[in-house]
Write a protein that binds this ligand. Structure first.
Ligand code: GDG
Length: 475
C-alpha cells in the first residue's frame, strides 16, 4: 500500500540513504549506504518522523515510496541518459571540479545543463508533493542547487534550507560557469543557505554582489532579487561546519572486539613502528597521489623503510564511469605498484592499498591501529575522516596530519597542518608525526577530541534547523 501522507520534515538529496543489495539466495533488500551525507544525517532522521526524497541509485528504476529504518523514502527515477548527463556529467564533471578550485578541468556541455535543470525540477516536484503545509524542507548539496527556487515557486508556504557539502569557489573561478547566474538564483530560493566554512559563505555572497549589485548583501543577509512588484525577501548565507556522531564512533572504538581487531591489523602488518593511514573515496581532490609521492620519497631517501613503517591506503571505489576517475585510479595503482616493487620485501609491503569499501567496524579498527592519520586533500568541503579518527582515539594517542585546504582545518587547529602541494614539507611532517613524544601526542589529541565532541553532528543539524525555525517565526 502506498502511503500518501504528508510530512513536516523532508530531506532532499541526490541519493536515497539506502543501497539495493542482492543476497546470495537472490533476495533483494535495501541497506543503509556509507558516505559523508548519510553518516551525517542518520542521527537527525532517527530523531524525527521525516521523509527523504532521492534517487535510488540505479538508472531506469521506477519505484513506489517505501519505508526503511523508520524513514519514508520517496524514490526519484533517473533514466540512464540522465544519470550520464545530470549526475556523472554536470554534477561530477562540471560542478565538482569547478567548485574544488579546478584541480581537474571542468567540462561545460549545454545538454548536461539541460538535464540538470530537468532533474532538479523533478526533485522539486516530488518534494512539493509530500511536504505538509508550512513544512521544513532541507535540500542537500551541489547536485540540487536549482531545486530551492523551483520548490519555492511551487510551494511558497514551505521553509526551505539548502546545505552545500563541498566548497563554494572564489568568484574568479565560479565565473567560468556559463550558468553562474541561474545557479545563484536557484540557491537564493532557500531561506537559509549553509556552507562548510566562513570562506565559502563569503565566496557565495561575493558572487551575489558581482552578479546582482553591491547593495544585495549585508553581513549574512542577502536581499533576493525578485520580479518587479513581488514582495521583497531575504535569505541567510552562513557557515555551519558539518560533523560526525562522535559518541557513536567512540562507542565502537571502545568495544573489546574492535580493539582486538586493531591489534590484529598491527600484527598482520608485521608490527611496524609506524602505521600511516589514508582513508578516502578514490577522488582527485583527496591528494592521494601527493601522499604516495611523499611516502615513496621517504623510502627512496632511506629515511624510513618497509618493515619500519607502512602506509595503509583505503581508496573506496567512486564515480567509476567518469573518465577523470578512471585515469586517477590507473595513476594511483601504477604508483603503488612501483613503490611496492622498489621498496617492499617478501615479508613487508611498503603500501597496503585497498580498493574496497569496508564495514564501519573495520574502519574504526583501522583508525585505532594507525599511528598517523594522513588527510592531505587538495580541496575538501570538510573531511569527516579527520573527525572520525579523532573521535575514535579515546586513548589520546595518534597524530592527525591535516591539509590546510580541508574545511576541517578551520576547527582542528591542534592537528599538524600541511600544504599537501609542498612535498618536502609533507615529508618532514610525516617524520615529525612518527617521532612525536607521547606527551605532545596526548595534549594535541585531547584538544582535538574536545573540539569534535563539543561540535558533533547533532549540534550541526540543530544549529541549521534553529536558523530555519527563526525564519519561520519571523514570517
Ligand atoms: C563530502 C565532501 C564533506 C569512506 N570509505 C569508507 C567509508 N567512508 C566514509 C568515511 C566518511 C565518509 O565516507 C567520507 O566523508 P568525507 O567527508 O571524508 O568525504 P566525501 O565523501 O567527499 O564527502 C566532504 C562531506 O561530504 C560531508 O559534508 O566532509 O568534504 O566532499 O564518513 O568514513 N565508510 C565505510 N567504508 C568505507 O570503505 N564504512
Amino acid at each position: 500500500m502506498t502511503d500518501r501522507r504528508q510530512y513536516d520534515f523532508v530531506v532532499v538529496s541526490n541519493r536515497l540513504p539506502v543501497d539495493r543489495v542482492v543476497d546470495p539466495d537472490g533476495t533483494e533488500r535495501w541497506q543503509r549506504s556509507p558516505g559523508g551525507l548519510v553518516t551525517a544525517l542518520e542521527p537527525v532522521m532517527r530523531a524525527s518522523d521525516g521523509a527523504w526524497v532521492g534517487w535510488p541509485g540505479k538508472p531506469d528504476l521506477e519505484l513506489e515510496p517505501f519505508s526503511a529504518d523508520d524513514t519514508y523514502l520517496v524514490p526519484v527515477a533517473l533514466s540512464s541518459d540522465e544519470v550520464a548527463d545530470y549526475y556523472e556529467g554536470f554534477s561530477n564533471d562540471t560542478l565538482w571540479p569547478l567548485y574544488h578550485d579546478v584541480i581537474a578541468p571542468p567540462s561545460f556541455h549545454r545538454e548536461w545543463w539541460d538535464a540538470y535543470v530537468r532533474v532538479n525540477r523533478r526533485f522539486a516536484e516530488a518534494s512539493a508533493a509530500i511536504a505538509a503545509e508550512g513544512a521544513t524542507v532541507w535540500v542537500q548539496d551541489y547536485q540540487l542547487q536549482l531545486a530551492p527556487k523551483m520548490l519555492r515557486e511551487l510551494r511558497p508556504d514551505l521553509v526551505i534550507g539548502f546545505f552545500n557539502h563541498i566548497p563554494f569557489p572564489p568568484y574568479g573561478i565560479y565565473a567560468q560557469l556559463p550558468w553562474r547566474k541561474q545557479i545563484v538564483e536557484g540557491l537564493l530560493g532557500a531561506d537559509v543557505i549553509g556552507f562548510q566554512r566562513v570562506a565559502d559563505a563569503g565566496n557565495f555572497t561575493r558572487a551575489v554582489r558581482r552578479l546582482f549589485g553591491a547593495a544585495s548583501t549585508k553581513g549574512h543577509e542577502v536581499r533576493v532579487p525578485v520580479a518587479e512588484g513581488a514582495a521583497p525577501r531575504t535569505a541567510i548565507a552562513k557557515a555551519f561546519p558539518i560533523s560526525i556522531d562522535a559518541a557513536m564512533f567512540e562507542e565502537l572504538a571502545r568495544r573489546p572486539e574492535i580493539q582486538a581487531r586493531a591489534a590484529e591489523i598491527r600484527s598482520e602488518l608485521g608490527n611496524p613502528d609506524t602505521i600511516y593511514l589514508g582513508v578516502d573515496r578514490l577522488d582527485y581532490t583527496k591528494g592521494i597521489r601527493h601522499r604516495l609521492k611523499a611516502f615513496g620519497e621517504l623510502l627512496r631517501d632511506g629515511r624510513t623503510k618497509a618493515g619500519d613503517s607502512v602506509l595503509v591506503q583505503v581508496a573506496s571505489p567512486s564515480r567509476e564511469r567518469v573518465e577523470a576517475y578512471m585515469q586517477l585510479r590507473d595513476e594511483i595503482e601504477l604508483t603503488v605498484g612501483r613503490i611496492n616493487g622498489d621498496y617492499a620485501t617478501i615479508s613487508n609491503s611498503a603500501i597496503a592499498y585497498l580498493h574496497h569499501g569496508y564495514p564501519r567496524e573495520e574502519m574504526v579498527a583501522l583508525y585505532l591501529a594507525a599511528d598517523v592519520m594522513l588527510v592531505t586533500a587538495l580541496r575538501d568541503g570538510m573531511n569527516l575522516v579527520a573527525k572520525e579518527y579523532v573521535a575514535c582515539r579515546h586513548d589520546n594517542d595518534g597524530v592527525l596530519i591535516l591539509s590546510e585546504f580541508a574545511g576541517a582545518a578551520d576547527e582542528l587547529k591542534n592537528a599538524l597542518l600541511v600544504n599537501p602541494h609542498d612535498i618536502d614539507g609533507l615529508k618532514e611532517t610525516m617524520l615529525v608525526a612518527a617521532s612525536m613524544p607521547a606527551r605532545e601526542r596526548a595534549s594535541r589529541m585531547r584538544a582535538l577530541r574536545k573540539r569534535v565532541r563539543d561540535n558533533d553532528v547533532a549540534r550541526w543539524s540543530a544549529s541549521f534547523l534553529a536558523e530555519l525555525a527563526s525564519v519561520r517565526d519571523a514570517r
